[in-house]
Design a protein around this ligand. Structure first.
Ligand SMILES: [Ca+2]
Ligand SMILES: [Ca+2]
Length: 297
């Protein structure tokens, strides 16, 4: 082989290797473009920033609706692990708090009275970052009724008319000094109490949200109802039933469609329990309620 042929051969081999190397770099770059690695956000805890006049900070947020740079990523149950892709070196995140309407497990909703939480994080490919959202009530939130049973009890109207079924302050409270305890028994099976004043100033546009927040535990199912005055007529209805719970639970009762209708001049709320023979139940049954708030805009 002549010297020229050897040099030409060497040159061609070098060129092939260069092309292969260039191709590998190109493919690697192409893969990186097609499969970016997310940064992972972990949300294990939430915080609430309420004023003293806004009552308990105890909330039960079950989901977070998450946006990254204005794109909805979905609803994530808590604790949440969220893969996030962003186009820039930082990501703007928004978290909307989700609740289960009327305690039902299959209807998570964004809770309209808590503002979303917004934060900006660095886009660290493949790395975990922890975010702790802090939620506050929207500044337009109004409290139609607020009762923590520590120094007073607005739920003192005995609708059942039977003095043997009781409603009284109990030191067994979720928070503070007292809760409201309702009792009934085998021989006095129905207990029913309402709040003692007509709640007025309800919205009348048919769509503005109205929610009842409360914390409870109970031997028997608790019924939550209302006595509504609309166009001069009064109607009494049971709206939601909460199953027995040995531990305190928080619930959000959605009254929007009922309390926001035009012509509604006022409403009273009531709690009710009916004694039945449940396994393990003796002759008396009790229900405890704490931290009641009725909210509107
Ligand atoms: Ca209390
Ligand atoms: Ca009674």
């Amino acid at each position: 082989m002549s010297r020229m042929n050897i040099e030409m051969n060497f040159f061609l081999r070098m060129r092939s290797w260069s092309l292969i190397l260039f191709g590998m770099v190109f493919v690697a770059w192409g893969c990186k473009k097609e499969d970016p690695i997310p940064t992972y956000v972990e949300v294990n805890e939430l915080d609430f920033s309420f004023s003293g006049a806004q009552g308990t900070k105890h909330q039960k947020i079950s989901h977070l609706w998450v946006y990254a740079d204005e794109i909805l990523l979905g609803a994530f149950p808590l604790p949440a692990k969220i893969p996030i892709f962003c186009n820039q070196s930082t990501c703007n995140l928004r978290f909307y708090p989700g609740i289960r309407d009327n305690g039902s497990s299959d209807t998570p909703e964004i809770y309209p009275f808590l503002d979303y939480y917004s934060t900006t994080i660095p886009y660290k490919s493949g790395e975990w970052q922890t975010v702790k959202p802090v939620f506050s009530y929207n500044q337009n939130t109004r409290f139609l009724l607020m009762e923590n049973f520590d120094f007073s009890n607005q739920f003192n109207v005995d609708l059942d008319g039977n003095p043997n079924t009781t409603h009284m302050a109990s030191p067994d409270a979720y928070e503070g000094l007292a809760s409201l305890k309702l009792t009934c028994d085998k021989n006095n099976p129905l207990v029913e109490v309402a709040n003692n004043s007509l709640i007025t100033n309800l919205p009348t546009n048919n769509t503005s949200p109205v929610y009842l927040e409360l914390t409870y535990k109970c031997d028997l199912p608790i019924g939550i109802g209302y006595i509504l005055t609309r166009n001069g007529r009064e109607e009494k209805k049971l709206h939601a039933i909460l199953n027995p719970r040995a531990e305190w639970n928080k619930v959000y009762i959605n009254f929007t469609e009922l309390f926001s209708q035009s012509g509604t001049t006022g409403v009273q709320l009531f709690f009710t329990g009916s004694f039945t023979q449940y396994t393990g139940l003796e002759t008396q049954a009790s229900m405890w309620i704490d931290n009641v708030k009725l909210l509107k805009f």
